[in-house]
Design a protein around this ligand. Structure first.
Ligand SMILES: [Zn+2]
Length: 315
């Protein structure tokens, strides 16, 4: 299998300058190579490799079923209005932001509307989320949770004050990200209403042969029924291993910095997207940014039009 430009050594450091110097034709070629092996167009309807290339319009017509398509047809970039260089630049900005990127900044850098940047970034996040590990996690698996949202502003006058810990639950907006992180492996986040739901999730996504690591919160006690479990502080009820959850905590620290530093407020509706974004960055940290961009491009072009974002503009 031939490698496309972004996965080659030449793209080790990918800059915006490099992308715009490459020009629209080379960027288009890169998209063809990210979508199809060797860049050879394949009909998305019948799989036929015999196509007419209508190069002036960057469209293809299948010789077999006569279907018209483009390099972005049927992917999250379908009905794109941006140039290929701008799309590559957007991917580059997203993979370069180790703690995420605000949509204000992205719209300024790409010189596009805020809403365009917002939808594009979410589509790219969704593509990153499509790379979630499908096999159960194995080996040493750390679990922890992070609460988000449902903040209740303290009342100014003392007599109006309530127990905010209770009030936060009542806004209905509070969610928790429960994440499993396999040591030297992948990070798998979920958005739920309470951390205790993590036990159910562990049953579905963590191999019973794994050794789990959790903090001393009492709902994790149930993990001992299914796994060998290390707890951070020795609980009196169990004979436990020496343990730590540093790796899953470093994921949460990235997610927290992403939310507080770039987005300030993240609604329950989009929280899973940011959780997946941070997990992908965490799991691919240390790779050269050209390769990161190449991988995200591959995912985006293998990912079908998103139900969430299709018709977003009509809403
Ligand atoms: Zn066809």
């Amino acid at each position: 299998m031939s490698q496309h430009f972004l996965l080659s050594a030449a793209s080790r450091t990918l800059s915006l300058k490099g992308i715009y110097q490459m020009g629209e034709d080379k960027a288009y070629q890169t998209f063809c190579e990210m979508r199809w092996d060797g860049g050879q167009a394949t009909c998305p309807r019948c799989g036929c490799l015999d196509t007419y290339h209508i190069s002036t319009r960057r469209k293809f017509k299948c010789k077999d079923c006569k279907h018209h398509f483009s390099v972005t047809s049927g992917t999250i970039f379908a009905s794109r209005k941006m140039s290929f260089t701008d799309l590559l630049a957007a991917i580059c900005l997203i993979v370069n932001g180790a703690k995420g990127i605000s949509m204000i900044q992205m719209s300024r850098d790409l010189c596009c509307q805020y809403k365009t940047a917002f939808v594009l970034a979410h589509k790219i996040r969704e593509a990153m989320g499509s790379a979630r590990p499908s096999m159960p996690l194995e080996g040493d698996v750390e679990v922890d949770g992070m609460y988000n949202g449902g903040y209740v502003r303290p009342a100014n006058l003392k007599e109006n004050r309530v127990d905010r810990r209770l009030a936060e639950h009542q806004t209905g907006k509070r969610r928790v990200v429960v994440a499993f992180r396999q040591r030297k492996g992948r990070t798998l986040p979920f958005v739920v209403r309470s951390e205790a739901e993590g036990v159910e999730l562990a049953m579905q996504h963590v191999s019973r042969m794994a050794v789990m690591h959790a903090d001393e919160a009492s709902h994790w006690d149930r993990l001992h029924e299914g796994w060998q479990v290390g707890r951070i502080n020795h609980s009196e009820a169990y004979a436990t291993l020496e343990s730590c959850t540093n790796q899953v905590e470093s994921y949460f620290s990235r997610l927290r910095r992403m939310i507080r530093g770039q987005h300030h407020h993240v609604s329950a509706r989009y929280l899973h997207q940011y959780a997946n974004h941070a997990a992908w960055l965490e799991d691919h940290r240390g790779l050269p940014n050209g390769e990161l961009a190449g991988r995200v491009g591959d995912l985006a072009l293998a990912h079908a039009i998103s139900r969430n974002w299709k018709g977003y503009w009509q809403r």
